[in-house]
Design a protein. Structure first.
Length: 266
């Protein structure tokens, strides 16, 4: 990363028009390594208590393993996969004990000191990497409609409005082992933004809109705007909403003090 930079970030969480909140979201700072961060989005499914339990487990597992992570010696990609695998196992055990069917999506990004960044996702919670207003890359959903897009049977726009757009091909807590897809950014740059969010957010925006909002507003303002606009566009039938935004900005310039001039005023 460029010498000298500043990280700004925000999270957002709203139950939308649902009766209860099943999403979970967090931005965790490493307890010992400055500049090391973990973003987590989990969209729980499986009824009021089941879905929330699944999402809670993703967050709990992420927090526990991240606290033990050493960015100088440990493998970041292996950590993210371990979070997914362990959360998946516990969610399956919860289903057996509670006679529920809890499931969850997962979207993780880990920033190491110096700007190296790793992603991992499962399901249709997405991770986006923008440079200014331009999308560099986004995760590819593990969903039925994404399979149709890959086969050329649907466009991205058609997939968004497809009646089976919420059918997943992989998530945590299912009997088949989940699919994890990883990405790697060798070094983030000043002007880069990461957005991880559930489908309750991304469903209501195109890429150009997301890029414009993230480039123009600071993370807190962008988080508030995206949730407010998604709620408006959902028109009373919106899903839970969750997002994490991380932005790499230039360092704050400090003006030199003029001590000699001020001293003469005394």
């Amino acid at each position: 990363m460029d010498k000298g930079y500043r990280l700004s970030a925000a999270t957002g969480l709203h139950k939308g028009d649902r009766d209860y909140q099943q999403d979970q979201v967090a931005l965790l700072t490493h307890p010992r390594a400055s500049g090391c961060l973990l973003g987590v989005v989990a969209d729980g499914m499986g009824g009021r208590t089941g879905g929330r339990k699944a999402a809670d487990q993703v967050l709990l597992t992420a927090r526990q393993l991240f606290e033990r992570y050493d960015p100088d010696t440990d493998d970041a990609a292996a950590l993210l996969r371990q979070i997914g695998q362990e959360a998946h196992l516990v969610i399956k055990l919860t289903a057996i004990a509670a006679e529920q069917e809890p499931h969850s999506t997962m979207a993780l990004f880990l920033l190491n000191p110096g700007g190296e960044c790793h992603w991992l996702h499962c399901g249709d919670s997405r991770i986006h990497h923008f440079r200014g207003t331009q999308l560099v890359r986004r995760s590819t959903d593990h969903s039925y409609v994404q399979t149709l897009v890959a086969q050329g049977q649907l466009s991205e726009e058609e997939a968004n409005d497809h009646p089976q757009s919420n059918v997943l091909t992989s998530c945590l807590g299912t009997e088949p082992e989940p699919t994890f897809t990883a990405q790697f950014i060798p070094r983030l740059q000043i002007g880069d933004t990461l957005l991880a969010c559930s489908d309750g957010v991304w469903h209501y925006f195109n890429i150009e809109e997301l890029g414009s909002v993230l480039n123009t507003l600071n993370p807190r303002e962008a988080s508030e705007f995206l949730i407010q606009k998604a709620r408006q566009r959902a028109n009373g039938v919106g899903d839970n909403l969750s997002l994490v935004i991380l932005k790499v900005e230039p360092p704050v310039e400090t003006k030199p003090t003029r001590r000699s001039s001020l001293a003469s005023l005394n």
